[in-house]
Write a protein that binds this ligand. Structure first.
Ligand code: ZN
Ligand code: ZN
Ligand code: ZN
Length: 103
């Protein structure tokens, strides 16, 4: 099952939020549509807090959710390695859950 949601990376504007190439560049995540399709059931991406942006500082999409701000969560079980934060001690995505915070 899938659902259409507003693109988190560009906040639904369809434009590249960082305007890397040009202020008129299309958002790379939704390809300019302002909407993305996600698989259900989905939960807010803990790695980027649902912003869709890479929390490590680079001006790119979140490496865990791909910029959508949501992750597919079949089994809503908290990852014991990162305690559901999705981050390992060095700030990179948890190796056990891949940054989703869920297994
Ligand atoms: Zn977008
Ligand atoms: Zn994310
Ligand atoms: Zn984890």
């Amino acid at each position: 099952m899938t659902k259409i949601i507003k693109c988190s990376f560009c906040k639904g504007t369809g434009k590249d939020p960082f305007a890397l190439l040009s202020v008129l560049s299309d958002c790379l995540v939704c390809e300019g549509t302002g909407q993305v399709e996600i698989a259900e059931p989905a939960v807010v991406c803990v790695f980027c807090s649902g912003t869709g942006k890479n929390p490590l500082g680079a001006r790119v999409a979140c490496i865990v959710c791909g910029g959508k701000g949501m992750n597919y969560a079949k089994n809503n079980v908290k990852c014991i390695q990162c305690m559901g934060t999705g981050k390992s001690t060095d700030g990179l995505p948890c190796t056990r859950c891949g940054g989703k915070g869920l297994i």
